[in-house]
Design a protein around this ligand. Structure first.
Ligand code: SF4
Length: 256
């Protein structure tokens, strides 16, 4: 069963990673919009026929943010993180950069202790407005599930031809301010068994992390039902092992 958020500003929800996390959903309230079709996406499969629909206008986002932030301030509700997530890829919103600035202003006025997070697949790093906006976020957290082109096509199923190598180069340019998040899983995709926790896969991913030098890495495995059936969750002990390998390279890594 897929999960869709039916509000622009939702929560705060309790998150193991982000504590009291207030979500910002810039995508439609009844439909997922993304340029990936990850086999594990909690929002379900991407429906390309529904990608052209109009995204929430900036003024509507502005009203929702200002109203909800003021309310949370009045009620003194704790908020640790303000997290851009929701029903798809947040950077696909044409006013993403303006919304980041709007959220930072509202944060200063109403929730000064909260840090901002953007959970993104990073595919629009090549757009200067998106790139610049991500540099202003406290925790720009970009996806890197594999560094293997074949696995990339199987796990993330991007709707573009840009290679994983090109993407990795962009991550390297972004540098120190960046957070990386990686989903580990195993299962059968198009009759092929995949497992991104295998030694060779992890070694190549680790080598790439050393080249990227992110501020921190977050790794996790499946938590909910996935659109592709038969995927396997990775044990906590294996995630702990992988996390230890990253820490040993001098890069902070946590697992969930
Ligand atoms: S990038 Fe995120 S929203 Fe898009 S398909 Fe993958 S998990 Fe879902």
């Amino acid at each position: 069963m897929s999960i869709l958020f039916d509000e622009i500003v939702f929560g705060p929800l309790h998150s193991r990673r982000y504590g009291h996390s207030l979500g910002i959903n810039l995508l439609p309230l009844d439909n997922k919009v993304c340029n990936y079709n990850c086999i594990y996406c909690e929002c379900g499969w991407t429906d390309l026929k529904k990608q052209k629909i109009r995204l929430t206008p900036f003024d509507q986002v502005k009203d929702a943010v200002e109203q909800r932030f003021a309310e949370l301030n009045r009620c003194q509700t704790p908020v640790d993180h303000i997290t851009f997530a929701g029903n798809g890829e947040p950077t696909m919103h044409p006013d993403f950069a303006r919304v980041v600035d709007l959220v930072h202003t509202a944060r200063s006025n109403y929730l000064p202790d909260a840090q901002t997070v953007v959970l993104s697949n990073g595919t629009l790093l090549s757009r200067p407005d998106v790139y610049e906006a991500l540099t202003r976020v406290d925790k720009p957290t970009l996806k890197l599930d594999t560094v293997n082109e074949h696995y990339y096509r199987l796990i993330n199923q991007p709707y573009h031809a840009k290679s994983i190598e090109t993407y990795i180069k962009q991550l390297m340019q972004f540098g120190k301010h960046l957070f990386i998040q990686t989903m580990f899983l195993r299962g059968k995709v198009h009759a092929e068994l995949i497992d991104n926790t295998q030694g060779k896969e992890v070694a190549a991913w680790l080598e790439t992390l050393v080249q990227i030098q992110p501020q921190a890495v977050v790794i996790y495995s499946l938590d909910r039902e996935t659109p592709l059936s038969g995927l396997g969750k990775i044990s906590t002990s294996r995630l702990a092992e992988i996390s230890g390998l990253v820490n040993a390279k001098g890069i902070s890594c946590t697992y969930y």
